[in-house]
Design a protein around this ligand. Structure first.
Ligand code: HEC
Ligand code: HEC
Ligand code: HEC
Ligand code: HEC
Ligand code: HEC
Ligand code: HEC
Ligand code: HEC
Length: 398
């Protein structure tokens, strides 16, 4: 009797184990493969359980910051009367629709001398779109970019203004901040020269969920198998991160060109230490010659708000999952949450707007020192305005 019971018990235990294991395997097997590796599953999977967040995310500048170019979308910003840029009397570049797609075509003395097709778009269009084309495993920037402030084409930042140029290489460094992945092969050609090849088919466009939350497959498998569990498992909880860890998550991409990447930041996960990926640039060359913009991280860290409070992070004012772009009243409420009372002079108070717009006085828009662009027919460079993240007292402009 005792022996039979034991056998029954063992058989029962095996059956339970098989059921559990097969559920595990099923859940994991149902998930799509991801080029980043076994631990990842891709944003399409996250959508299933986080529908609201995913929908708002579809319109978020992070999600939209890189894309393959679709002619239909490009045609929307295509104005029949202003699709060319005249360098001088003999040279121009024209954005041209042909049967095989849309091209940037260079003309010299009325003759087409070079044509490259639009392949990939950088930027959500908040301020600008820059375009690139593939040639084998290398990518190059097209001569003209589209600037939202002027609703028109102008020379891509940093490009020569005397003649058209098609040969500026775009490395994986741009994708590290503007996409979620690309497979890269680096060969050391000599002591100082490296050659980089990128696999076009592996690009994950936009900044996706797992770029900011870390690999999520185990989280998904667990919650598929335990639908009754309401607390998040196997995913980093932002509330549990230290202030530095929270800052690092954003600084991966928002610390401009004062840092040099030591290894690819595609692998950075929340909770990691940024210093393991970047080192300070002591060469003074800004980490190569790419014109990286957006250094909100260092600007903020130099402000008294950041230095004298113990809690301020980017998340004090920004939530990636809401869209309050341009709503300076809501942003001002976030200032007021720390500054319930302020000491303003009568002169300042008389300017009004004190409770609804702290931003324009204390975080004014300033021209980027790195990005300017050349408009047709102008002899000066046009500024590219960014919101200063050095929160301070600035001279009040009337
Ligand atoms: C099978 C359902 C399911 C899928 C698929 C899923 N999650 Fe979740 N997730 C949950 C549940 C349940 C919670 C806990 C309740 C909540 O916060 O919504 C959660 C919570 C979270 C949290 C919040 C953690 C916190 O700070 O509280 C994050 C971040 C998250 N998931 C990210 C992801 C990402 C990224 C993906 C895609 C890789 C994903 N989830 C896919 C079920 C899922
Ligand atoms: C993988 C790189 C990357 C990471 C990580 C990242 N960002 Fe960004 N962020 C970008 C890029 C690129 C843009 C420009 C998007 C565009 O094309 O308009 C951007 C735009 C923004 C904007 C302006 C657009 C908007 O949504 O209003 C804010 C604010 C912002 N990021 C905040 C953050 C915060 C806060 C974090 C940390 C939680 C963060 N970002 C993490 C790359 C990143
Ligand atoms: C640019 C970085 C970034 C991207 C991209 C991103 N998140 Fe988040 N997410 C955050 C941060 C930061 C928080 C924490 C917000 C806080 O606590 O202030 C968060 C919070 C969450 C939460 C819990 C809080 C809530 O609002 O319910 C969930 C769930 C979540 N994210 C899921 C996703 C999913 C799904 C995607 C992709 C569709 C995604 N995230 C893309 C940065 C990001
Ligand atoms: C260190 C991260 C980083 C690198 C590297 C980087 N960018 Fe950016 N880029 C950003 C951030 C952050 C923003 C948005 C905020 C800003 O400009 O301050 C941005 C904005 C842009 C915009 C304007 C987007 C918009 O809609 O307003 C374009 C276009 C762009 N980058 C193209 C490029 C190209 C091309 C490269 C490579 C030559 C590159 N970026 C390299 C982080 C980066
Ligand atoms: C997390 C809390 C916090 C938030 C949010 C915050 N601040 Fe501050 N801020 C501080 C602290 C702390 C100080 C230092 C006060 C002191 O020195 O007594 C400060 C100082 C300042 C100063 C004086 C600067 C100087 O250089 O002397 C200004 C101006 C200011 N904040 C404006 C703002 C504005 C505008 C916002 C919103 C865009 C904001 N703050 C958001 C905490 C915060
Ligand atoms: C005290 C509040 C505050 C903090 C903290 C803060 N920001 Fe901002 N940020 C703003 C405001 C206000 C704007 C302008 C929003 C608008 O015009 O819609 C802005 C705009 C931006 C933009 C858009 C670029 C531009 O110039 O238009 C980016 C990118 C950004 N913030 C990133 C960050 C990052 C990354 C951090 C952390 C290092 C951070 N911010 C911390 C208030 C803040
Ligand atoms: C019209 C421009 C303007 C607006 C709007 C404005 N400030 Fe100021 N702020 C100033 C100036 C200028 C000073 C220096 C003192 C003075 O001359 O009034 C100052 C000083 C400060 C200080 C340092 C003095 C103190 O109180 O400790 C803080 C903090 C501050 N402002 C926060 C804010 C906040 C928060 C808002 C929005 C609710 C705001 N300011 C709106 C221009 C402005």
């Amino acid at each position: 009797m005792k022996g039979a019971k034991r056998i029954l018990f063992i058989l029962g235990a095996i059956a339970v184990a098989i059921v559990i294991l097969s559920r595990c395997m099923n859940a994991a097997d149902q998930l799509p493969a991801d080029v980043r590796g076994e631990a990842y599953t891709g944003a399409a999977t996250c959508v299933k359980c986080h529908k609201d967040l995913s929908e708002s995310y579809a319109h978020n500048p992070h999600g939209l910051t890189s894309k393959p170019v679709l002619d239909a979308a490009l045609l929307k910003i295509f104005a029949p009367d202003s699709n060319s840029f005249q360098y001088d009397a003999s040279q121009k570049v024209v954005v041209e629709k042909r049967d095989s797609g849309i091209f940037q075509v260079a003309y010299r003395d009325g003759k087409a001398v070079r044509a490259q097709k639009f392949d990939m778009q950088f930027g959500s269009g908040e301020k600008a779109y820059t375009y690139t084309y593939w040639q084998g495993k290398k990518m190059y920037e097209l001569p003209l970019s589209y600037f939202t402030a002027i609703k028109n084409w102008a020379i891509s930042p940093g490009f020569p203004k005397e003649n058209f140029y098609y040969d500026r290489a775009i490395t994986s460094r741009c994708l590290e901040c503007h996409a979620s992945y690309v497979a890269v092969k680096i060969t050391q050609k000599s002591t100082f020269e490296k050659d980089e090849e990128m696999e076009k088919g592996t690009v994950i466009y936009g900044i996706d969920c797992e770029r900011c939350h870390g690999p999520g497959k185990q989280h998904v498998v667990f919650h598929m198998e335990n639908p009754e569990e309401k607390n998040a498992k196997f995913i980093t909880l932002y509330q549990t991160l230290t202030r530095k860890q929270k800052m690092d998550v954003c600084a991966v991409c928002h610390s401009g060109n004062t840092l040099v990447a030591q290894r690819s930041v595609f692998g950075f996960q929340p909770g990691d230490d940024l210093e393991a990926y970047y080192s300070q640039d002591f060469t003074g060359f800004g980490g190569g010659n790419i014109d990286v913009h957006g250094n909100q991280s260092a600007m903020l860290k130099g402000s008294n708000c950041y230095r004298k409070s113990e809690t301020m992070t980017c998340q004090s004012c920004h939530n990636t999952h809401e869209n309050i772009k341009g709503n300076l009243t809501i942003y001002s409420q976030r200032c007021i949450s720390c500054h319930q009372s302020t000491k303003h002079s009568q002169a300042t108070l008389s300017k009004g707007l004190l409770s609804t717009n702290c931003i324009d006085c204390h975080m004014p828009k300033e021209p980027s020192k790195l990005i300017t662009f050349q408009q047709a027919g102008k002899d000066h460079l046009s500024p590219y305005l960014l919101r200063s993240h050095h929160i301070a007292i600035y001279p009040v402009i009337n």
